[in-house]
Write a protein that binds this ligand. Sequence first.
Ligand code: S3P
Length: 443
Amino acid sequence: MIIKYTAPLRGELSIPGDKSISHRSIMFGALADGTTEVTNFLTGADCLSTIACFRQMGIDITLKEESRGAHVLVHGRGLHGLNAPSDILDAGNSGTTVRLLSGILAGQAFNSTITGDASIQKRPMKRIMTPLLAMNADISSSHGNGCAPLLIRGKKLRGTHYDSPVASAQVKSCVLLAGLYADSVTSVTEPAVSRNHSELMLRYFGADVRTGTDAENTPKDNAHTGFTVSISPEPVLTGQKVRVPGDISSAAYFIAAALLVPGSELLLKNVGINPTRDGMLRVCKAMGADITLLNEDHTGAEPCADLLVRSSNLKAVEIGGDLIPTLIDELPILAVLAAFADGTTVIRDAAELRVKESDRITVMTENLTRIGCPVEATPDGMIITGGKSLHGMAIDPHKDHRIAMSFAVAALACDGEMDILDADIVNISYPGFYEDLEALCRE
Ligand code: S3P
């Protein structure tokens, strides 16, 4: 797909539903008693993979597409209501589906196998196998390489405390979901706070989830005690209404586009601003971005706001430490912003980028170099020198949706045309992305 729009971005856009929250609404709705009604559900391919897996386990889910997002009814069957799947569960490209579902599957009274596409079969699963094995689960990697396909024999699980070496919401959520089926309290401590959507939504559905100093089993001698979450087993979960806020990770591309193209003024409606996800906003402000939060709403489980973004001259920043988990999925588009900012931006403490849908450090470095940006890959990040004039080129996003969208935005500030290979990979998280971008550049 060739991208070359030159007009400023003007008008407003309702951002599609949050991917992480959409996944969880299906999973927790399936395990709850009664019906869960979800609005503004994201119909990206990843979330549809989660729906397909639960349908295969006997959950009745109806999905009605609306003008923006979908209306979904999940007819939950309670904590012990899933049926054994008749076939291998297919998570497609979705790490969230494999990792969270594995925690649920480990505690069932049946056996299952879960796998996904070529990218999923290369992503590390030992990070969930280790804590699940400590909980007495029976889980193995069918090729013995620590990756999917995962063979899971359902068992009664043992409550445990897990000290996670990575700040990963997928690992934390997997352990908490297994904890629903354990014989005593389960807790996880992480080295920094990762997104807390599971904690918020499980509590909303009726689970006893405690965090920080309120958590049970809080380790005394751990430097990260404050980042502990605990869950009590066998709660009665009750179906709820879930209104999914717009995904800040999707908003990020439009924030960046409006900042980069002179004369832009864009209103992004209904964006989730959960503090465990808002690192992109904090970094953009440090770079000199003109972003105003309007209509902040803190009444629901997940805070949201409208974002007014105006084009700005950006300067380089340093991005690292505990901020990284709060913007992990936004680092590709932040790297693009850095390529157009004055000075040298350093991204560190982000080795997790190497095990996402692609090795995002290698793939970003390769493609930024191609468009003329001086960039150096480091083991845990990138050093990016901005401010040079950059040129549209053929881009290979290595079938990674976030890299494809990042370079579609870079195209708006480059000379010439950007040609994005496998451009429709954006359907993983944002069906309609190019149409939304083009419409804003035309208004
Ligand atoms: C997600 C957590 C993050 C993120 C992914 C979605 C989730 O992964 O990168 O896109 O829904 O829990 P990690 O928790 O492994 O960092």
